[in-house]
Structure formats: C-alpha cells, structure tokens
Design a protein around this ligand. Structure first.
Ligand code: SF4
Length: 297
C-alpha cells in the first residue's frame, strides 16, 4: 500500500542550497529536532510501519541533513529492533558528515548521496558552501551501496555528460538526475540527446531508467512520479502526502487507515512517459533503486 516511510529531521543545515525544499514546507512542520530522542510521535509512526507492512524506511530531512541528528545510532538501533527482518533502512544525505560518521553511515542498508557537481565552483554555487566532501574517500570507506542524486539547475546542466562519466569512473552504479520541483521542461530539452536517447532499461514509478554503460541513470520528475509514502515530520505530524510541500500541520487527522478503500495510489501530475516518448515501452513493475522524496537535495 505504501512504498516507504520517511523519518524527517529539521534544524540548521551544514549546506545552504538555494533550492532547498525546506523553504516550501509549512514552517509549522519545521521544528528543530536534531537533539531530540526519540523523534516526536515515533511510536505511532512505527506502529503504522508495522500495520502497513512497510519494508523501506528512509532517514531524511526537510531542511537539514539527517547525519546532523545527535541520536543517529540510537534511532537506527530502535528501528532495527522494531521492524521485521529484511526491512531496508536508507539514508538520504548531502554527505558532508559521512567521513566523520562513517561507522554510523555503514549501519544503514543503502545511502542516497546528493552530489550536484564534480566542479568545486559549481558545487559551491548549488550547495551554498565550499569544499565538497571527498567522494572518492566516502566510496572507499563505504560498505554499503551508494546512489548519487544530482539535482539539475542551470548551473550544472552543461556538465551532465562529464558528470555521468565521472560517476562511472568512480565505480558508482546508480545515479538519479532530478528536476527541481516545478521545472516543467521536458527531458529532451534538459539533457543531451546522447544521454536522453539511451534505451530505458525500465520504468520506476513513472520515471525512465536509462542504461549508461551498465550504470543505471534514472530521470526523476516529481511531477510525473507515482509513489506512496508516510512521513513523520519533526513536529510529530504524520502525513501521507507524497510531496512534502503538500503536507499540512494537521495531516495526521486525515491519515488513512490500513486497507481503507479511500487509499489510492498517490499520483502527481500527468502520467509519464507520454505515449511515444520512449522507443520501447517497459513495464513499471521492476524493483529498482528508489529516489525517495524527503531529503531536499
Ligand atoms: S537541500 Fe538539503 S543539504 Fe541543501 S540546505 Fe536543504 S537540507 Fe541542507
């Protein structure tokens, strides 16, 4: 019924991305909980995870990085204790704390790391801070799969071919190229045809997954994405809105009950791809790495 569950943190961030989704979220949902254990309403949230048999849990943030949370280890332990075997725990991070907290980093099952550019100047422009973390060192120290998430703006569009080549050389095998929420331009206009015309291997939640020399490259458009999640905000609000910016401070009051006939697949915008957009239609039923909404990068 739900694809995943997001545990969201709020507080000061160690980056200052101009496009931070935290700016679009109801301010009443952004209360600093970086030093609060357990997060508010976690018990109710864990009960929902169990009741709905959710097997994907994501630690993320609305306006901060989840590795800034003071009780990361304790929370991981609690989640492991209270979830069924096989439940996957993911971290969505900007990676700026990864090397200092690598022992904790490796306690997750997988990580999505936000990385907009290999060019230090572009990185500074897009993340609002200098000195990118040492991605090679993170990859070397990591014992778990890392997926790279690259949000696309006018600053890094021109770098896409080099960006993908660099990811491939580093041994990365999963990349997500993400439109900024609200960017209605087509993929044909955004990315070079040499990338766009690669045959989609499959679809994931309405988004094509391209093959780049064996590396999966997902083209992620929130406006076309079909996905379902429950989200625990720092205030304790639990929302079932896929887009965090659509969550309301009273979302918990309307949260659907398990097996309720009122639960429908949460679908945003128009179906994608458009008929004929891709040369080979592929079924949208293949398990894939998931770009989960939550971490704003
Ligand atoms: S987008 Fe993420 S990393 Fe950037 S400022 Fe917002 S929370 Fe921090």
């Amino acid at each position: 019924m739900f694809d995943f569950a997001n545990i969201l943190f709020s507080g000061p961030c160690n980056a200052r991305c101009p496009f931070c989704i935290g700016q679009q979220i109801d301010p009443a949902l952004n209360q600093n909980n970086l030093h609060e254990f357990p997060p508010k309403n976690l018990a109710a949230f864990m009960a929902l995870i169990q009741a709905h048999t959710i097997r994907q849990i994501v630690m993320s943030g609305t306006n901060t990085d989840p590795q800034l949370y003071s009780y990361e280890t304790e929370l991981i332990r609690l989640i492991r204790d209270q979830t069924a075997p096989g439940t996957q725990l993911s971290l969505h991070t900007n990676g700026r704390q990864a090397l200092q907290k690598m022992a904790i980093f490796n306690q997750y099952d997988r990580v999505t790391l936000s990385w907009p550019s290999f060019n230090p100047e572009t990185y500074r422009t897009m993340m609002g801070v200098p000195h990118p973390p040492d991605l090679q060192a993170i990859l070397n120290a990591s014992a778990i799969p890392i997926k790279i998430s690259c949000v696309l703006t006018g600053h890094n569009l021109v770098e896409i071919p080099d960006f993908l080549a660099s990811c491939y050389k580093l041994g990365i095998r999963r990349v997500v190229l993400r439109k900024v929420y609200g960017d209605s331009r087509s993929w044909e206009r955004l990315i070079p045809s040499t990338i766009y015309n690669r045959l989609p291997k499959m679809m994931y939640r309405g988004n094509p997954v391209l093959d780049y020399q064996g590396m999966q490259v997902t083209l992620w458009d929130f406006a076309a994405t079909q996905s379902r999640s429950i989200n625990l905000f720092s205030t304790g609000v639990i929302s079932a809105a896929y887009l965090l910016s659509e969550a309301k401070r009273d979302s918990t009051a309307t949260f659907p009950a398990r097996n309720s006939p009122t639960i429908t697949r949460h679908r945003i915008g128009q179906p994608s791809p458009r008929p004929g957009s891709w040369r080979t239609p592929v079924p949208d039923d293949t398990p894939l790495p998931r770009r989960l909404p939550g971490h704003c990068v």
